[in-house]
Structure formats: structure tokens, C-alpha cells
Design a protein around this ligand. Structure first.
Ligand code: XMP
Length: 531
């Protein structure tokens, strides 16, 4: 078992599979699939220097797909010395072409480009296809193909149009033209398992228990016997799981700060405090700064200005509170030297990918951040994990499902769901409408199926009639979307009955709203939030 002194990641583990990213949209999926069978895997940009790759002591290397042709002038480059180091290698799509091109074969534009389903036939047995059927449906996406194999390679699988799999067992290099990581390639997971477990011999011990035990031990060592840490809690999954892990390591030497920014959901400030203290046993400083935030938001209607106001105010409040904790530490002769953040793996890969950040992550998504002049060191216990893995860890830590299954909620809160000016009156109206929307979605058993579902308060008043009275009040929009990651989303076809109940309850129970509409816009071209 190797336990590498790993420069790029914070998790100790016994085996690691490295994935070099040539820019495919599916690269992250490869890592996820491998982790599903409890082997740790890391995505690195293809340009990562060889010494850094070797410092991971990988059990094997996967070369991902990518949109380029090996002949493009801007084709992503990896150090071709990786092909000579003797570690098992699996090339996928572009990876196959990279291997062929650099080991002396020839890649050329395919006569027929293949996108979508193809039928692959295994023509010669090799451990990569061990236990798989002789023919199977796979997902293809390529324009080039291997026209002439590199010396030492043989064709082990074909589609009617192209070479689908090659192998040089002596050199321990395999490659496939299709994408085993996507769900459409039904036996893809088996193929990846063959590579990772059978060929690379990776140990399948990257389990939640292992992750928790090793992370807790590492944090304990990092922070030392007297160090203190501070964590900003939002009430969401990531910061809560991060805090619980750190608290496992250093107990009450972690202080969490939870700020009421005045635009939280109904009763959220009290509920989150209760859960964090009573169920998660965290040491929480709760700061009700709602007046300060609402004063700063007065008269502001532009969405970006709202975000700036809230982001700026948050840092100021957090800074104040953290400063108090640091000072109290000094007077007790203790060092408050650490800041805990719930950064996840996709954020880390995004900023390190071959193209740089692949989508524009709104900078304001990361509310908080390191207070500039307070030299705190970062603890990011989740920086190797995907969101669903964070939930798995949370479950193993026996955290309540209510926290683990919470839909995402934006840092600027209801401020970006109140179009026009944010006033205390409008916040109260939207809190009521939103609480009804959430309650009905939960009652219909839809909450966990939806990425997000919420109410939006429009600055539009319309005429209505209630009893014998004419009303003139605000319109509320309901937004419910399905999504994998928030980058794209489909509006959800909520059952009419659920819509009917939400609408009639809001209009009859929320003073100030007399009309409810449903948003049927997907993302793109819309965004999930209205602002
Ligand atoms: P959009 O509206 O860009 O949202 O489609 C995508 C996801 O990001 C969340 N979101 C935010 N989260 N601060 C946050 O912390 C923000 O300013 C912000 N704006 C959008 C949104 O709720 C959705 O999940």
C-alpha cells in the first residue's frame, strides 16, 4: 500500500487513479464512476508536469477524451513520457488518438464521424473486456480515428466503421474510442472496473468510513492540540458537513458563525441554530445582522448591486465576529489560526482544468471568503468530493436528512427573488409565500426530486377580487426546476393539483399577493434565479 505525499489533494488514500483531462465534457464522470467502486481518483489538467503526476504514486492513468484533433495547433498537450513509465494506461476517445499519434501510429479524420450509439464487437480477448459480452452498445463521439496503429498494438474491438479498442498488453496500454464513463455505454462501469481493479490492482477501500477517519486524523494533526478554527455556516449541506468533520477532530475548538442577513427563509435563522446546536452539537455564534443588511439594501434594485451589497456586508460582519473570536483566543493564550470552508471538488477542478474555468462561475456564489487581513489558514475537508459524496459522508456522520437533502439556496437569499427593492415588508411577504410553496412540494413528495423549487416576488401589482372586495396586490411566480448540477435545468412539469394548491393557499393566506403564475423557462436560455 502506498500513501503518497500528495501535493494536489488533501485526502490520504491507499490507491489513486489519475485522470488527465484533455477537455472532454465527460472527464468528471470518469472520476465519479471510479469512486463509485470505492477507488479514489483525481482529475488533473493534461499539462500537469510528470514529476507532479508521479508524486501521486498512481496505480494507473486514464487519458480522457477531448474535443480537439491531435493535429490541431491548439491541441491540448501532455508529456508523452507518461507513455513510457510502465504504469497501466487507459486512453478514452482523444486518449486513444493521443496514444496512437505519439507512439508512431497515424490518426486521420474518420470517413464517417460517429456521434451517439454504436455497436461494438470484441474481436480479441484482453483483460479490459474481461467478462463483457461479445457485442455491446456504446456511446461514441469522435471525428478522428486510428488509421494505422502504433507498433505493438492490436485491434481488440471494432464498430462497423472504426477501431473501437486497442491494446499493447506488454506495455500495459489500452484504449477505447467510445466513452465507457457515460450511462449510455451500459457495460462501461464494468470496463472501467476491469481497468482499475483487475489491471491496475487498485484497492477498493476509499469508503466513507475511510474518508472520515483519515480526514479527521489529518485535521487533528494540522490544527494541533491547542489550535482553534472558525467556520461560516450557511445552513446548507456543504458547510454543515465540513463543520461536523472538523468538530469531530477538534471538538469545541471549532466555532461556527451563522449570520442572519435579513433575507433568509421563514424561521430559518432560529431553525438552523437549533439543528446545529442540538442535533449536530456545534459551537455556534449566531449573529442577527438583518437590520444592517436591510439598511444597506434600501433603494437598491439592480441585481448585481444587491449581490455586492450583501457580499460586502457579509464579509464585514464575518470579519467583526471572527475578530472577536481571535481576540478572545489571544487573551486565553490560544491560537485561532484556521478557517473552515466547504469548497467542493468541481470548484477545484474547474479552476485547474485545461481550459481554465470551463463555465463562468459567478464570483458572488462564493459568499464569505477569507477575511483579507486576518491571516487564517484554510481547512477544506471536502475539496476532494462531489456533492453526492458529501451527502454520503453526511449520512455516515449520522447527520439529519433534512440538512443533507436541502435544495441549494443562494448566498444573497431572498434578495435575488424579490425583484425591485428589498424592503422588510416584501421580505415578509415572500417568506410566507415561499414557506407555502416548500411545504406543498414536500407534501407531494417532490422536494428531493427537484433541484430547486421556490417563490419569486414580482414588482407587479394586478387587480383581483376577494369576497366583495377589489384587491390590488403583488404577483408571485413559482419556479421549480430539475437539474444535475445547476448549470443547465429544465422547468419541472409539476402536477396541476400541486400547482392548484400552492396557488390557492398563497392567494388566500398571504396578505399582499393576489395572483400566482408558473415559470416555464428552462436554463438556458433562462437562469434558475430571476435575478
Ligand atoms: P442561476 O440563477 O445562475 O443559478 O441559473 C444557478 C445556481 O446558482 C445559485 N445561485 C447563487 N448561489 N449566490 C449563490 O450562492 C448567488 O448569487 C447565486 N445566484 C444563483 C442558484 O440558486 C442555482 O442553484
Amino acid at each position: 500500500m502506498t500513501t503518497p505525499n500528495n501535493p494536489g489533494t488533501s485526502s490520504p488514500f491507499s490507491s489513486v487513479i489519475l485522470i488527465l483531462d484533455f477537455g472532454s465534457q465527460y472527464t468528471q464522470l470518469i472520476a465519479r464512476r471510479i469512486r463509485e467502486f470505492n477507488v479514489f481518483s483525481v482529475v488533473l489538467p493534461c499539462t500537469t508536469p510528470l514529476e507532479k503526476i508521479l508524486a501521486y504514486h498512481p496505480a494507473g492513468i486514464i487519458l480522457s477524451g477531448g474535443p480537439s484533433s491531435v493535429y490541431d495547433t491548439n491541441a491540448p498537450r501532455a508529456d508523452k513520457a507518461i507513455l513510457d513509465i510502465g504504469l497501466p494506461i487507459l486512453g478514452i476517445c482523444y486518449g486513444l488518438q493521443f496514444i496512437t499519434h505519439h507512439l508512431g501510429g497515424r490518426v486521420a479524420p474518420a470517413a464517417a464521424r460517429e456521434y451517439g450509439y454504436a455497436e461494438v464487437t470484441v474481436v480479441e480477448q484482453t483483460p479490459l473486456f474481461g467478462g463483457l459480452p461479445a457485442t455491446m452498445p456504446v456511446w461514441m463521439s469522435h471525428g478522428d480515428h486510428a488509421e494505422m496503429l502504433a507498433p505493438g498494438f492490436r485491434v481488440v474491438a471494432r464498430t462497423p466503421n472504426a477501431v473501437a479498442g486497442i491494446a499493447d498488453e506488454a506495455r500495459r496500454i489500452w484504449a477505447v474510442q467510445f466513452h465507457p464513463e457515460v450511462a449510455h455505454t451500459r457495460q462501461g462501469t464494468e470496463l472501467l472496473r476491469n481497468f482499475v481493479v483487475e489491471i491496475c490492482g487498485a484497492r477498493q477501500d476509499w469508503t466513507p468510513e475511510h474518508f472520515i477517519a483519515s480526514t479527521v486524523a489529518r485535521i487533528r494533526e494540522q490544527v494541533g492540540p491547542h489550535g482553534h478554527a472558525i467556520c461560516g455556516l450557511s445552513g446548507g449541506v456543504d458547510s454543515s458537513v465540513a463543520a461536523v468533520l472538523v468538530a469531530r477532530a477538534i471538538g469545541s475548538r471549532l466555532t461556527c458563525i451563522f449570520v442572519n442577513n435579513g433575507v433568509l427563509r421563514k424561521d430559518e435563522f432560529e431553525k438552523v441554530q437549533r439543528t446545529m446546536r442540538e442535533e449536530l452539537h456545534l459551537n455556534v455564534v449566531a449573529v442577527d445582522a438583518s437590520e444592517r443588511f436591510l439598511a444597506r439594501l434600501a433603494g437598491v434594485t439592480d441585481p448585481e448591486q444587491k449581490r455586492k451589497a450583501i457580499g460586502g456586508e457579509f464579509i464585514a460582519v464575518f470579519d467583526d465576529e471572527a475578530g472577536k473570536i481571535v481576540d478572545a483566543g489571544h487573551s486565553a493564550n490560544e491560537e485561532v489560526g484556521w478557517l473552515v470552508q466547504g469548497t467542493l471538488y468541481p470548484d477545484v477542478i474547474e479552476s485547474a482544468s485545461v481550459h481554465g474555468p470551463s463555465h463562468v462561475i459567478k464570483s458572488h456564489h462564493n459568499v464569505g471568503g477569507l477575511p483579507a487581513d486576518m491571516k487564517l489558514k484554510l481547512i477544506e475537508p471536502l475539496r476532494d468530493l462531489f456533492k453526492d459524496e458529501v451527502r454520503r459522508i453526511g449520512r455516515d456522520l449520522q447527520m439529519p436528512e433534512e440538512i443533507l437533502e436541502r435544495q441549494p439556496f443562494p448566498g444573497p437569499g431572498l434578495a435575488v427573488r424579490i425583484l425591485g427593492e428589498v424592503t422588510p415588508e416584501r421580505v415578509a411577504i415572500l417568506q410566507e409565500a415561499d414557506a407555502i410553496c416548500t411545504a406543498e412540494i414536500k407534501r407531494a413528495g417532490l422536494y428531493r426530486k427537484l433541484w430547486q423549487s421556490f417563490a419569486v416576488l414580482l414588482p407587479v401589482k394586478t387587480v383581483g377580487v376577494m369576497g366583495d372586495q377589489r384587491t390590488y396586490a403583488y404577483t408571485c411566480a413559482i419556479r421549480a426546476v430539475e437539474s444535475e448540477d445547476g448549470m443547465t435545468a429544465d422547468w419541472a412539469a409539476l402536477p396541476y393539483e400541486v400547482l392548484r394548491t400552492i396557488s390557492s393557499r398563497i392567494v388566500s393566506e398571504v396578505r399582499g399577493i393576489n395572483r400566482v403564475v408558473y415559470d416555464i423557462t428552462s436554463k438556458p436560455p433562462g437562469t434558475i434565479e430571476w435575478e
